[in-house]
Design a protein around this ligand. Structure first.
Ligand code: KIV
Length: 291
């Protein structure tokens, strides 16, 4: 493609090589990073331009999260997001990353109602996200999801699980609150995490789990990389909702968020600062950002 043919009148996505040049992120690459103690830096993304900028800034993984229900659609929760909408946003993210010859690992979120009925329904929904260009799918919960994860993994679908605060079941768990604070909840989280690793999940988001518990679960999961959000610095990687880490919201900043736009000259610089802070262990700070 010539440079002229990639120019558009709206925004610019140059066909540039990522800086610094890096090999495409893959599951073996993520395993290597973990083995040498390098933290995984993940952000959410929902559109082509921000996805391309995040790739350029050195973000390892982009999650096309159903948090788009809140940040893009203005909903009170993620529950109303559909599979069609997830495919649309995944395609947009993938297009942006491809336009800049990006190397980031892309995870598509299975929305509420797209995998709960049966393992076959989950497989059909996962196929739709992979056909939209995602490399991996994410689903929420433990217990019954273990057999769904096994079914998908056996069929060649890389799976990221999600425990702790699971926003799709916010009504059942009684609000957005820290999970695993008492012994019974903590034991259940440990059991679910081990069962998900055993079923083949290669990544696990731990959301709003006490830092000590998240660090302990991470040590017990050598084959499944924990990605924390509000779960302290002891996980294998971190994720934040992009709008939050860019300070784009009107309400109260969640405790686990740092605004990386403060002191940054551009969105790209803010994302690069996030990557650097995750990798050098300065974000999150357990005294400020965790429980
Ligand atoms: O939907 C999402 O963005 C998520 C992250 C907050 C982990 O699940």
């Amino acid at each position: 493609m010539t440079e002229t043919s990639t120019r558009t009148p709206y925004g610019t996505l140059p066909a540039a090589a990522p800086l610094p040049p890096r090999k495409p992120i893959s599951l073996p690459r993520l395993n290597e990073m973990r083995a040498r103690g390098e933290k995984i830096a993940m952000l959410t993304a929902y559109d082509a331009t921000f996805a391309a900028v995040a790739d350029h800034a050195g973000v390892d993984c982009l999650l096309v999260g159903d948090s788009l229900g809140m940040v893009c659609q203005g909903r009170p929760s993620t529950v109303g997001v559909t599979l069609e909408q997830m495919c649309y946003h995944t395609e947009s993210v993938v297009r942006g990353v491809r336009r800049v010859q990006g190397t980031v690992w892309i995870i598509g979120d299975l929305p509420f109602g797209s995998y709960q009925e049966s393992r076959e329904q989950a497989m059909r929904s996962a196929a739709a996200l992979l056909q939209a260009g995602a490399h991996m799918v994410k689903l929420e919960g433990g217990g019954w999801t273990v057999e769904t994860v096994r079914f998908l993994v056996e069929r060649g679908v890389p799976v990221c699980a999600h425990l702790g605060l699971t926003p799709q079941t916010v009504h059942a768990i009684g609000g957005y609150r820290v999970q695993g604070r008492n012994d019974a909840e903590a034991q259940q989280l440990r059991r679910d995490a081990l069962a998900l690793q055993d079923a083949g999940a290669s990544m696990l988001v731990l959301e709003m789990v006490p830092a000590a518990l998240a660090a302990d679960i991470t040590q017990q999961l050598p084959r499944c990389h924990t990605i924390g959000i509000g779960s302290g610095r002891g996980t294998a990687g971190q994720v934040l909702v992009m709008h939050d880490m860019l300070g784009i919201h009107l309400g109260k900043t969640p405790r686990f968020v740092r605004n990386f736009m403060e002191g940054a000259a551009s969105v790209r610089d803010a994302m690069a600062a996030y990557v650097a802070a995750v990798k050098d262990g300065s974000f999150p700070d357990d005294r400020q950002h965790a429980w």
